[in-house]
Write a protein that binds this ligand. Structure first.
Ligand code: NI
Length: 178
């Protein structure tokens, strides 16, 4: 079911979420279905459970999205209780958006090469390395679990743009830096 997405300013978006301890439950399955439905409806590249007002450490990403064409290179993933390890010092910039910050993009600098781990819906282990847009989406979504929205990552408030003022074509081209 498509759920309302909490928006920046809602205090629940700034809280830390708790780990999932029970797998293969009806509640977890329902949550993940609702997250897919909501992300697809809003054309997001990913979504985190707190964005639909469930403070559990669950993120999904990798749905086809017209807002983020290169998301097609990312495996569709359900990632529970995720952990991220930065693998080197290189960083890159990209105009990020967020379903909780509608109408805006911000130029955010993040590590470009990471490893991440977590569990899937059945509690099986996932371990991957990621770079480029894949690495960025994972870091953005995991930030939500710690109450962090992308504007809090901006080096400077001048890097926050109205979406209509960002050249989307140039932005997508610039994303292929890996
Ligand atoms: Ni977001």
């Amino acid at each position: 079911m498509i759920k309302p997405v909490l928006r920046m300013g809602n205090p629940r978006l700034y809280q830390s979420s708790v780990e999932v301890t029970n797998f293969e439950t009806e509640e977890l399955s329902q949550l993940i279905d609702d997250m897919w439905d909501t992300m697809m409806a809003q054309k997001g590249a990913g979504i985190a459970a707190p964005q639909i007002d469930v403070l559990l450490r669950v993120v999904i990403f990798g749905a086809p999205s017209s807002r983020y064409p290169h998301v097609k290179d990312i495996p569709q993933t359900i990632l529970i209780n995720p952990k991220i390890h930065v693998l080197d010092e290189n960083t890159e910039e990209y105009f990020e958006g967020c379903l909780s910050v509608p109408g805006f993009r911000g130029l955010v600098r993040r590590p470009s090469y990471i490893a991440y781990e977590g569990l899937d819906q059945q509690g099986r282990r996932i371990e991957r390395e990621a770079s480029g847009f894949h690495a960025r989406v994972v870091q953005h979504e995991v930030d939500h679990l710690d109450g962090i929205l992308f504007p809090m990552r901006l080096a400077n408030v001048n890097l926050l743009y109205c979406e209509s003022e960002v050249d989307l074509a140039a932005m997508h081209k610039a994303a292929f830096m890996d």
